[in-house]
Design a protein around this ligand. Structure first.
Ligand code: 3SK
Length: 509
């Protein structure tokens, strides 16, 4: 019958294709604790599916994953999908109130959390029915969970159009929104981008400094290698230049995925392996536009290309990208096969070449909605077109160049930061009367938050106050959101109705 013919379970596909191709003994994952073959991963995923069913988690119920990058991530992500449950990976650098919000908004039945994140994640949250700790021991640990007796391991009878996983993304206002993705989306990103654009294959070893909880990292470090039977290297800790350089030198990845801020940091580091001291064939950048200068310096020192591209959490992965042998420095490139792009002006007209407009994308991996957010969903998912909020200009050849955001959002190290959130944190400090935050380029041309602050009556500006405000914001928000510069002002530019004119501050910044 039609229902049976449509059976498709993304986890079964991503793992089963490797076993069917005779790659059971091939290393799928290398993490801080060792290496795991595709057969090892298959067994762990099946055990996870059995255990989550035994715990009473039903198909379509959500399980939040606040996990660092280790073999437990693909185990939980694919294990939940195999059982028909909905994994919701979350950023491991959020504040307690963000976790509380996501756990409540997703109505999570279970939380899988790295040991050193547990107190933070549950600090302000209502505790879900099951909390399983990765890195812990004994009862309640991930290891014990995988030992749950039973053999209920068959893949859930899902279809390509069934809800598969969610990823939360931030907006200018309000709390993060859960983008709902389908079973078909994972493999489609692999076919359209990783295979057709990057030429990724079984022969590759991939390392993504972007973590698995990001849409970008999830594709790079899990979907793409599993789709073709490559090997993925996972680093549990932060991707600082020393650790990343060590991995590039010692583990010899052939494809590396980073963000511009990290490329800048690597280029400033003496540890970076140079030509002849690595096995890289290709590097990829996304998250924010890659400045031409960084690309040129990387080519010279490391000797490989960096393919700059752009994706969104809503589209799951990169849909606009440079191509090997055709890189246009400073531009983001052309539409990835399978995606259509258009630019739309303020009046809703489709732009001609050379005119700037907001980028809209149409393709088979668009999220179906933001969970529980009808108005925001309607604003972003407009029939076949998904609105990105990024402004671009395209030339006659369909090469797109980034021109900034259509709203006040900033991308910092590849992650969205809302100025309102940083302003709100500053305003909690008694010394601050008013605050406005805008993006400002650092020495590598990469955007970081810059704050303009009007002080409360009687408070004097000083270096000590700047340090104090910086620490105050770092303590209140995820640390990457803190303002790198604080400028004290007598007033802020405002409209007649009192709205802060951030564009004026950006011009003077
Ligand atoms: O930030 C990006 O460019 C990106 C790339 C791939 C997947 C998701 C995102 C947000």
């Amino acid at each position: 019958d039609a229902g049976a013919a449509r059976f498709y379970n993304a986890a079964e596909d991503l793992i089963g294709r490797n076993l069917k191709a005779g790659r059971g003994d091939k290393i799928a994952v290398i993490d801080g604790g060792g290496s795991y073959t595709y057969s090892d991963i298959a067994e762990r995923v099946e055990r996870f599916a059995n255990a989550i069913r035994a715990a009473g988690v039903l198909p379509e119920q959500r399980v939040v994953l606040a996990l660092h990058d280790s073999v437990d991530f693909p185990t939980a992500f694919l294990g939940a999908i195999r059982a028909g449950a909905i994994p919701v990976p979350v950023n491991t650098r959020l504040a307690a109130r963000d976790y509380a919000y996501i756990l409540a908004d997703s109505r999570a039945e279970a939380l899988f959390v790295s040991a050193n994140l547990k107190d933070l994640v549950l600090g302000e949250a209502e505790v879900p029915r099951h909390v399983i700790v990765s890195g812990g021991e004994g009862e309640g640990s991930f290891a014990a969970f995988l030992e749950t007796p039973g053999d209920d391991t068959a893949p859930a009878e899902t279809t390509p159009d069934d809800m598969c996983f969610w990823l939360y993304t931030s907006g200018t206002t309000g709390m993060p929104k859960g983008a709902v993705h389908l079973h078909s989306h994972l493999m489609l990103t692999a076919e359209l981008y990783a295979v057709q654009t990057l030429g990724i294959s079984e022969a590759d070893t991939v390392y993504s400094a972007a973590k698995l909880f990001f849409a970008y990292g999830l594709g790079n470090g899990l979907t793409f290698p599993f789709a073709v039977g490559a090997t993925a290297i996972l680093l549990e800790g932060p991707p600082d230049p020393a650790s990343v350089s060590r991995i590039i030198r010692e583990n010899k990845p052939t494809v590396f995925f980073g963000v511009p801020t990290l490329y800048g940091m690597l280029l400033a580091s003496k540890d970076l392996p140079e030509q002849g001291d690595h096995a890289l064939r290709l590097c990829v950048s996304a998250g924010e536009a890659l400045p031409e200068e960084l690309l040129n310096r990387w080519r010279k020192r490391v000797g490989t290309e960096i393919l700059d591209g752009i994706g969104t959490t809503e589209m799951l992965h990169i849909f606009l990208s440079n191509r090997q042998g055709e890189v246009v420095p400073g531009a983001t490139g052309k539409a990835v096969p399978g995606y259509e792009l258009r630019l739309v002006d303020d009046e809703g007209n489709v732009c001609k070449p050379g005119e700037m407009g907001v980028l809209e994308v149409s393709g088979p991996t668009a999220a179906v909605m933001y969970w529980n957010q009808r108005a925001k969903s309607l604003d972003t998912f407009r029939g076949p077109w998904t609105r990105t909020g990024d402004k671009y200009v395209a030339d006659e050849n369909g090469v797109y160049t980034y021109c900034g955001r259509n709203d006040d959002m900033m991308k910092v190290g590849g992650i969205y930061v809302s100025p309102f959130e940083v302003e709100g944190a500053l305003l909690k400090h008694e010394a601050v009367l008013e605050a406005a935050v805008v993006g400002h380029p650092d020495h590598d041309g990469l955007i970081k938050p810059k704050a303009f602050v009007v002080l409360s009556e009687g408070v004097e500006a000083s270096d000590a106050l700047t340090e104090n405000l910086t620490a105050f914001v770092k303590n209140d928000l995820a640390t990457y959101k803190y303002p790198r510069w604080i400028i004290y002002a007598d007033t802020l530019p405002k409209t007649a109705t009192g709205k802060i004119q951030r564009f004026k501050l950006r011009e003077t910044a």
